[in-house]
Ligand binder design. Structure first.
Ligand code: ADE
Length: 274
């Protein structure tokens, strides 16, 4: 089954955007993952199709309305439960006898892992995305991403739908859409059959908590700059050791935070018995 992602946005035309190209684009064509965009405005109920309003308590900007977002999130959740329980999704809305599957009577904690979808609100307030979190998301059968605009969304809808908040980092984007594109890209490259070389993703330094070692290609001499001798030697074990050493040096220099975790997670050195 493909990895499914549903994006709730006021700007569905931003998708798939860059994800329609290159590795992710090919994987999308090959059905390794599937993308659905849901236009939040389609769930607006008043004649002006309003999706936002001024913040209670005053202040600048607009806040996305909880009732509109709730309608969109509820629709997605119902389709997800039907589809993951094996009931056809196409045209099923409203026709399916409620109570037949019993799914709507069970809370999230009673569902099996194959039913468990993840719902995420992209926000600078969230947990900062890491490769471990990306790996987890790649294992979820269906991920829903809510993209906010303006000052944000009404807090109550985050509680009502148990949305996890995820941030790309300590900076502010004008909306969640570019963050959703980044998150999806990071997941898709981990899906089986996406990377040209199946091994590549798992063997990266980053997967072991280190930054990448330096890379070189032809020409061997360029603008008076040479390629490190060891890489031309054909001595695989020495190449491996050199790369690890470089990855460690660069990580220690640039990212003391990653370096500390790396040192902590390394197996304790064997004490020689004698
Ligand atoms: N939306 C706005 N800023 C963001 C960030 N830094 N990460 C995720 N979503 C965002």
């Amino acid at each position: 089954a493909p990895w499914r992602v549903t994006v709730l946005t006021l700007f569905p035309e931003m998708f798939p955007g860059p994800l329609g190209h290159s590795l992710a684009g090919k994987a999308l064509e090959n059905g390794i993952w599937s993308l659905e965009t849901v236009d939040i405005r389609a769930f607006a109920r008043d004649k002006h199709r309003s999706v936002d309003d001024t913040p209670f308590g005053g202040g600048p900007g607009m806040v996305m309305r909880p009732d509109v977002l709730d309608a969109a999130l509820t629709d997605i959740r119902e389709r997800r439960l039907r589809s993951l329980s094996g009931t056809p999704v196409e045209g099923a809305a409203g026709e399916q006898g409620q109570g037949e599957t019993g799914l709507e009577l069970r809370g999230p904690e009673e569902r099996g892992p194959e039913e468990r979808g993840r719902s995420i609100y992209l926000s600078p307030r969230g947990r900062v995305l890491t490769q471990d979190m990306v790996r987890d998301l790649a294992r979820a059968p269906w991920v829903t991403l809510l993209c906010g605009r303006y000052e944000g969304v009404d807090e109550r809808v985050l509680e009502e739908h148990s949305l996890e908040e995820v941030s790309l980092g300590d900076f502010v984007l004008s909306g969640g859409e570019p963050a959703a594109l980044c998150l999806i890209d990071a997941v898709v490259r981990l899906l089986p059959g996406v990377m040209g070389n199946v091994e590549t993703a798992g063997e990266e330094s980053f997967e072991r908590g280190l930054l990448e070692y330096p890379h070189y290609t032809r020409p061997a001499l360029w603008k008076g700059r040479v390629v490190p001798e060891v890489l031309l030697s054909g001595h695989h074990e020495k190449v491996r050791a050199w790369r690890l050493d470089q990855a460690e040096r660069i990580t220690a220099e640039r990212r003391p935070d990653l370096w500390s975790s790396y040192l902590d997670s390394r197996p304790a050195p064997k004490v020689k018995q004698r």
